[in-house]
Design a protein around this ligand. Structure first.
Ligand code: MG
Length: 389
């Protein structure tokens, strides 16, 4: 629970048990950029300091599995809701902790509400007992007759569009739910008691997701048709090991120490490729302790990472890498590295760049104790995207 000013103890109630007839699917479970609408709404309430959140739902098991557990929201309480929004709110109110003095009611399908707006509505309710977000009406509003023709145009200067959050001194909201007929929102029910409800300027971004067109586009390849990844690796130089960089054997008195052939260039490109595909890093897929990879040819590992990225939906189209070594001089080998890497990740060699530099004598690389490499990879969808969301 959240302590407000003047000893107020706050909780939030989120009715999310509606049938979403106008949306045609359960909009609160639909994902926007990978995060369900309901989770976004709860995160917004938490950002305003509302720790105790009760959500009225239809299918508690599904909400727990798809929204709460995957997003670290296990402490959110679920209450099985009723047939109407008012019933669901009333059922949630009946489950509030005893110490609760004030409650915020917020629509599950308004995921973009700012913490500032929630805070302003709460502050107004602490002062006056009841407050709600609302917007002025900017379009003309016509009252129509049976034939769908205009009967009268209303004076919009005294009309407001109701939003949530709405916030109340709890006894007042409980009384409204007992004494007045169920309304379409809680502010209207409290107002029907004859109690003033203070209106606070709402936000256009705080729109309710009501019809499919309201859902923002997904973040899949249809809207962001590329992905980038970053890779970095460093290995120690020791005598008695071959030096392999970018798949090219380079004559030198020392080589890089590692479980595989310790090719830092291949490892950096592989990490960048896995990064672009959202697949973590090579350590996760090729554990350093695994005997299978002892002395492994890193070009082979890189080709496997390319296949894994492709399976995950991402095909590399460009790479840039930087290899930092004080000695030996690597510039003469840059073209061969480029060709070997291009073959491993199957892109034209003109789309891969290898830069060799020194570390200007600075740090471990500058002292010649090791060789480091960095890479970025650009990838594009490897297949037609699935439906957004
Ligand atoms: Mg490595």
């Amino acid at each position: 629970m959240t302590a407000g000013r003047n000893g107020a103890v706050w909780a939030a109630v989120v009715p999310a048990a509606g049938s979403a007839r106008r949306m045609g699917f359960d909009k609160t479970l639909a994902r926007v950029h990978g995060v369900p609408v309901l989770a976004r709404t709860i995160f917004g309430l938490r950002r305003s300091g509302l720790e105790r959140v009760l959500v009225g739902v239809r299918d508690a098991a599904r909400v727990r599995a798809e929204v709460l557990r995957p997003f670290g929201l296990d402490d959110v309480a679920l209450v099985v809701g009723g047939e109407t929004r008012a019933e669901t709110v009333a059922l949630c109110l009946a489950h509030l902790p005893d110490a609760t003095t004030h409650v915020v009611v917020h629509d599950a399908a308004r995921p973009n509400c700012s913490a500032d707006l929630i805070g302003r509505v709460m502050a107004a309710a602490e002062e006056s007992g009841a407050a709600a977000a609302a917007l002025p009406v900017v379009d003309s509003v016509h009252r129509v007759g049976g034939a769908g023709c205009i009967v009268e145009t209303l004076d919009r200067s005294d009309l407001r569009l109701a939003q949530t959050p709405q916030a109340f001194h709890l006894p007042l909201l409980l009384r409204a739910h007992q004494e007045v007929p169920a309304g379409s929102d809680d502010a209207g029910m409290v107002a029907a008691l004859g109690v003033p409800v203070r209106l606070v300027d709402g936000e256009r971004d705080n729109a309710k997701l009501t019809v499919p067109a309201d859902m923002p586009p997904g973040d899949d390849a249809s809207t962001v048709p590329f992905a980038v990844g970053l890779g970095h690796d460093i290995h120690r130089l020791v005598p008695g090991r071959p030096l392999v960089l970018g798949g090219v054997r380079i004559p030198y008195e020392c080589g890089l120490l590692g479980h595989s052939d310790a090719d830092v260039v291949c490892h950096a490109v592989a990490d960048a490729l896995l990064g672009a595909a959202g697949l973590g890093d090579i350590g996760r897929h090729f554990p350093p302790g695994d005997p299978v990879y002892a002395g492994a040819d890193s070009l082979v590992l890189l080709a496997r990472c390319r296949a894994m990225a492709e399976d995950a939906g991402w095909r590399p189209v460009q790479a840039d890498c930087l290899v930092l070594a004080e000695r030996p001089r690597l510039a003469p080998y840059a073209e061969s590295m480029r060709a070997a890497l291009a073959m491993a990740i199957r892109i034209p060699s003109g789309r891969i760049n290898v830069k060799a530099g020194t570390n200007e004598g600075l740090g471990a690389v500058g002292r010649g104790e090791g060789i480091a490499a960095q890479a970025v990879v650009l990838a594009v969808p490897s297949r037609a995207p699935a439906r957004p969301l």
